[in-house]
Design a protein around this ligand. Structure first.
Ligand code: AMP
Ligand code: MG
Length: 476
């Protein structure tokens, strides 16, 4: 089967015309396939071998539109850093269409950086290679860490120069998502007082993502509850692995509960509760430890939209009030597992706080420290983690499982390999100079993040002082 014969089954393009604009991706001069995700392609039922690199480059640069694709740019609005923008929309993206994957799941296939759309405002609709490589590596890392996320199918260099602060090589990224419906999509219709559009969108979102909600007495409230639950679980998972999204605007909040829009996101090296990387986040609005609060704020904006169709404010307030407890139960369950605690105890929260406080005070690497802590179970000698280690070991010894078993469990949730900023930057620098070897090597480490691999120690190591990256950029 080739992509040509992959049956697209486009439902979003059947929604009312004001939901999107039909577009044609730009032609690019010299498409060159830099990366192709074979495993994902198989999942999608898109079976193209490496012999077809040229065909893939043509399709995933936007030069050739496969049969059945209907490129559209989606309309949406959103709160950016707390300020409402009534019209954002896909300014540099083209949804080619939807495919049904091998697990019977509907997935969007979208080109990013394929040229201007009616939503581009002053942007060129293009992307340079840097953010393409970044999103590829980080979204795939997230997937292999078990975090719900959009995926990376392809990266294609265009042979075109795009102008940012300087002239840079252009590229197109192919993103696969369970949908591109955002809180901001609901806001687009709500802010226009378009109740009929809002109703169509809500029905569509329920059918596509939460069909069981349709069976409930109040389907919209059920939809809200389910979206809220997935956001609570998602942010807990981010915090588990030291991930900072960086731009948790409502247009970057997916209704499906997937992580979407890898802009100035980053994984922490040394732990800090209030860590911020994004160069545009001047107030720390989207700092590491504010992510749950912000998710709840975004959900409040979602509730405001649904209220136009289901006018019971106190019901939505009640739901929202549950978010925090909900998030905390996901988060503590995750952290307890990372520390090998199998029996819940009164002082767990205190133990967790003690550990994180210790990491912050000592400026220790988040990822390495969890992994080292597990290794301490089989080791003698002076403690590596101060008085915390003694207290923690006592707890572990009071549990019925053997230390080997506990260590194995810890190793299965505490990764060795994460896409550290300095390595991602190295992969980008390589790609810009035409060398994809760092990209591929790093990607292979990230595909099995919990398993130690020979020759890969440098990908597990924190940056040296001169390698530290302290700022990340949206940089599209
Ligand atoms: P994001 O940073 O991906 O959340 O994008 C915010 C908004 O800016 C969206 O409406 C994007 O489509 C738009 N945008 C970002 N980069 C570009 C670009 N190069 N050209 C046109 N629109 C863009
Ligand atoms: Mg966005």
């Amino acid at each position: 089967m080739s992509l040509e014969r992959t049956a697209f089954d486009n439902t979003y393009a059947r929604l009312p015309r004001r939901f999107y604009a039909r577009i044609t991706p730009d032609r690019v001069p010299a498409p060159d396939l830099l990366a192709w995700n074979d495993e994902l392609a198989l999942d999608l039922g898109v079976q193209l071998t490496c012999d077809d690199d040229e065909a893939l480059a043509q399709i995933f640069s936007g030069n050739r539109i496969p049969a059945g694709a209907e490129p559209i740019a989606l309309a949406y609005a959103g709160h950016q850093f707390g300020h409402f923008v009534p019209q954002l929309g896909d300014g540099r993206a083209a949804l080619l269409g939807e495919v049904i994957d091998c697990g019977e799941q509907r997935r969007d296939v979208q080109l990013k950086g394929s040229g201007q759309t009616p939503f581009s405002r002053n942007g060129d609709g293009k992307s340079w290679l840097g953010p393409v490589i970044r999103e590829y590596l980080i979204s795939e890392a997230m997937h292999h860490l078990g975090v719900p996320t959009t995926r990376a199918l392809a990266a294609v260099a265009t042979g075109e120069i795009v102008y940012r602060e300087s002239a840079l090589p252009g590229a197109v990224f192919t993103r696969v998502a369970s949908s591109h419906i955002r809180v901001g999509t609901f806001q687009y219709f709500a802010s226009r007082g378009d109740r009929s559009g809002l109703k169509s969108l809500a029905d569509y979102a329920i059918t596509r993502h939460y069909p069981e909600a349709a069976e409930e007495e109040k389907p919209l409230r059920a939809l809200f509850r389910k979206v809220m639950d997935r956001q609570a679980a998602l942010v807990a998972h981010w915090m588990d692995i030291g991930f900072i999204h960086g731009v948790m605007n409502t247009d970057n909040t997916s209704i499906s509960g997937e992580t979407i829009d890898y802009g100035p996101c980053a994984f922490m090296d040394e732990f800090r509760f209030d860590k911020v990387f994004s160069s545009i986040d001047h107030t720390g609005r989207y700092a590491y430890d504010r992510q749950a609060t912000i998710a709840q704020w975004n959900l409040a904006r979602f509730a405001e939209c649904l209220l136009l169709l289901d006018d019971d404010q106190s019901a939505y307030e009640e739901e929202l009030d549950r978010f925090s407890a909900h998030f905390h139960s996901y988060y503590t369950a995750r952290l307890r597992r990372k520390l090998g605690l199998t029996i819940e105890q009164q002082d767990d929260a205190d133990l967790l706080r003690g550990w994180l406080g210790y990491l912050q005070r000592e400026e220790l690497d988040y990822t390495v420290s969890f992994r080292r802590l597990g290794a301490r179970l089989g080791e003698k000698g002076p403690p590596e983690f101060g008085s915390f280690e003694h207290r923690w070991k006592q707890r572990i010894e009071s549990q019925p499982e053997g230390v080997e078993e506990i260590r194995r469990t810890m190793d299965s949730v505490n990764p060795l390999y994460i896409p550290r900023n300095h390595q991602v930057e190295r992969a980008i620098a390589g790609a810009v100079s035409g060398d994809m070897s760092t990209f591929h090597e790093l990607l292979s480490a990230l595909k099995q993040p919990f398993r130690e691999k020979p020759g890969m120690a440098h990908y597990a190591a924190p940056p040296l002082p001169e390698q530290r990256v302290t700022r990340t950029f949206c940089g599209t």
